[in-house]
Each structure stands twice: as structure tokens, then as C-alpha cells.
Write a new protein. Structure first.
Length: 266
């Protein structure tokens, strides 16, 4: 079961609790579930597909002997975000780690895309995480603290249409929240990977042969680094040295050059 290997390292001093992971059925979401379960966390797994969630829950319970609660919800809808927010707010069954991972990409540029699709895309990447963070921050503040991990992207540091704009919002908000809520025992980390070998680009119909092999990361290493940086209380996690360098260069290079290079991944 290669997709559900335990992490290489963990924090032996941390007491596991319950983690809620959105977009849990594939890619980084599934990997977060596996590594958190290996650390001893019980899980609340949420995504749109209830059948895939049930299969994931059974697999995780069998391998790691943790409790896994299934919560099917579409975070593009008010009903979906309200269901997950209500679960985060339950003081009797506290969630001490929220992983905002749900999301997808759009092909094409902003003006050529359907406006409704663009607004849904913005909602899944910005409104839904903010709604869930609002519920989690209030519950964690009353319950003794916790952690939030927001899956963003190195695109946040590049001019790359509405996707990069949405991720930039999440990165900036996470940086502020990590400072502001530290006194309440809450840390907030934005994880900013580059290209990761998951279903994300396949669903977009991206020609992955255009992306150099050295540009790809694997999901287990991204999640291991994300959890380590969250353990350390860092506000931003950029997995791999090459993407740390890329984001540093993106901040000083001309916008036209950065946009052209970023477009190769679309």
C-alpha cells in the first residue's frame, strides 16, 4: 500500500488528537491522512465523494488502528462549508488540527474562462478555507490551542492569474494568523509546494511532459516537510531547496519573465 506509508519522523512529545482534512481522498490530502494516522491522530476526512471517503476510512483504520469519521461535503456550496464548520465547532469532539487542502485548478486564462467557474474556483481556494479557519480558530482558542495547515502553492509568489492570487491571500493570511493567534496556543502554516505528482494536474488536462523532471516533488516528502514545519510553528513551509530558491528569485525577477515561466505548468 505505497500511498499510505508512515512518515519517516514524528514528534514523540506531541499528544495526538483529532485532525480534520479536506480534499482527503487523493493527492496531498490522502498523504496527510496517512502520515497523521501514523502519528496516532484520529481523523475526520472530508471530500465530495462519500464512497471514496468510506474506502479511505476503512483503509486507514485497518492500517493504523485510528478512528476515522467520514464527512461528505462539497466546499463550493454553503451547505458543504456549514457542515464542516459545524463539525469543527463541536466542543465535545474537539479537532486540534485542521488541514485545508481541498482545491483544483482551471485551464485557460481568467477572461476566457466562464465567470461562474472562476468564482467557484475562488471560493474553494479562499472563501471555504477562511470559513473553516474561522470555526477552527474559535474552537481551538476555547479548547486550549491547536494547529492549522493551509495548502497553498509557490504560485502565490508569482503573477499567475486567479489561482496565484487566491494562494497569495492564503499565504498572507496564514502569516498574520500565525503571529496573532500564537498567544492562544494556535499555529497556522501555509504550505507552498511546487509541482507535485498527484491527480491535480491530470484533472486540469496539463501536458506534464512540458515540466522538467527535476521540477516534480513527491507527496510523501511534501507532507513530511509540511508537518515538520507545522510542528516548529513556522508560518510558511516551502518544501525542497529548489523551490525555496525559485520563490526567492520570483520576488526579484521581472513579472513578465516569472509569468512566462509559471505558464509552463498550465
Amino acid at each position: 500500500m505505497k500511498d499510505f506509508l508512515p512518515p519517516e519522523t514524528s514528534n514523540p512529545h506531541r499528544t495526538p488528537g483529532t485532525a480534520l482534512v479536506t480534499g482527503a481522498t487523493s493527492g496531498l490530502g490522502a498523504e496527510f491522512c496517512a502520515q497523521l494516522a501514523a502519528r496516532g491522530h484520529d481523523l475526520v476526512v472530508t471530500a465530495r465523494d462519500g464512497q471514496r471517503l468510506a474506502e479511505l476510512a476503512a483503509r486507514l483504520h485497518a492500517q493504523f488502528a485510528v478512528n476515522v469519521e467520514v464527512l461528505a461535503a462539497d466546499l463550493v456550496t454553503d451547505e458543504g462549508t456549514e457542515r464542516v464548520s459545524a463539525r469543527l465547532a463541536q466542543a465535545a469532539r474537539p479537532v486540534n488540527l485542521l488541514v485545508n487542502n481541498a482545491g483544483y485548478g482551471l485551464r485557460g486564462n481568467f477572461a476566457d474562462n466562464d465567470l461562474g467557474e472562476e468564482l467557484d474556483h475562488l471560493r474553494i481556494h479562499t472563501q471555504a478555507p477562511l470559513v473553516l479557519m474561522h470555526a477552527a480558530l474559535n474552537a481551538m482558542g476555547s479548547g486550549g490551542g491547536g494547529r492549522i495547515i493551509n495548502v497553498a502553492s509557490v504560485a502565490a509568489f508569482t503573477p499567475r492569474g486567479s489561482y496565484s492570487a487566491a494562494k497569495a491571500l492564503i499565504v498572507n493570511f496564514s502569516r498574520w494568523a500565525n503571529v496573532f493567534y500564537a498567544g492562544r496556543g494556535i499555529s497556522v502554516t501555509a504550505v507552498c509546494p511546487g509541482f507535485v505528482r498527484t491527480e491535480f494536474h491530470d484533472r486540469m488536462g496539463v501536458d506534464k511532459t512540458k515540466i522538467p523532471a527535476r521540477g516534480w516533488l513527491d507527496a510523501p516528502s511534501v507532507v513530511r516537510q509540511a508537518l515538520a514545519d507545522s510542528d516548529a510553528g513556522k508560518s510558511v513551509s516551502i518544501p525542497s531547496v529548489r523551490y525555496k530558491l525559485a520563490t526567492a528569485l520570483a520576488r526579484i525577477a521581472p513579472d513578465a519573465l516569472v509569468e512566462r515561466l509559471a505558464r509552463r505548468g498550465r
